[in-house]
Design a binder for this molecule. Structure first.
Ligand code: SF4
Length: 231
């Protein structure tokens, strides 16, 4: 190999298949698809998300909310959208709902440092905390699919009906389907109640949402142990 060829190898930071100009336009032009494998790591994905204007949710956000937790997670939790606290802090699930979620995880010895990565179906706060539209979910979902591919979790937990429907297309109500193991693209997945719903329904009585969540999170812990032991 001559010197010129060797130098060109070190000059080229992008894969040869990547059109650099088009790649830099991805966050600004929703017509350019985010195809599987667009991002080689989470830093590249974050670089685009931070400046993304692909849907109208960009107009009112304070910060883009990408993730919290370890990139080596075996469990990925997907919520609906950032709320006010998340928008202000730039992190998902950091308000009262997030504090409850952390407690639920800790109750079965799961931590964000070791086991869990959290993100949302859409990365920017919808005005007045409205449910994100189907179009917004579809536009932002490509980032989520890339996150899932890069994290490669053994288990995906979907908090609430919007997250469930947004990722899997499943339209059944959350009270009907929560706690059931699903297979989504070869991965184990379960819909669970959104922690905000548990805050509105604080009873610990048997059969109530908090009690059901306790059953579900124990099932998740058991499934994780089983999957880890089989590796
Ligand atoms: S919600 Fe997603 S697609 Fe829309 S602007 Fe934010 S990061 Fe981009």
């Amino acid at each position: 190999m001559n010197n010129a060829n060797q130098i060109s190898i070190f000059d080229n930071n992008e894969p040869s298949t990547r059109d650099s100009q088009q790649w830099e336009q991805i966050p600004f032009n929703a017509d350019i698809p985010i195809t599987p494998g667009t991002y080689q790591n989470l830093d590249e994905l974050s670089h685009h998300c931070q400046k993304c204007q692909r849907c109208e949710l960009a107009q009112n956000r304070t910060q883009v909310v990408i993730s919290r937790g370890t990139p080596h997670a075996d469990i990925m939790i997907i919520g609906e959208a950032p709320g006010q606290s998340e928008d202000e802090q730039g992190l998902p699930f950091v308000g009262k709902s997030g504090q409850l979620l952390d407690k639920i995880l800790a109750s079965v010895e799961l931590s964000l440092e070791e086991d869990v990565y959290i993100s949302n179906i859409v990365k920017c706060r919808p005005p007045n905390n409205r449910t994100p539209s189907t179009a917004e979910i579809q536009t932002c979902k490509s980032y989520l699919l890339e996150q899932i591919a890069l994290i490669d979790p053994k288990i995906i937990l979907l908090t609430g009906a919007t997250a469930l429907k947004g990722l899997t297309g499943e339209k059944k109500g959350i009270t009907k389907i929560r706690g059931q193991w699903l297979k989504w693209q070869g991965r184990w997945a379960m819909a669970i109640f959104h922690p905000a719903y548990l805050l509105r329904n604080p009873s610990r009585e048997k059969g109530k949402p908090k009690w059901l969540m306790w059953q579900d999170i124990q099932a998740v812990r058991n499934k994780l142990d089983e999957l880890r032991n089989n590796n």
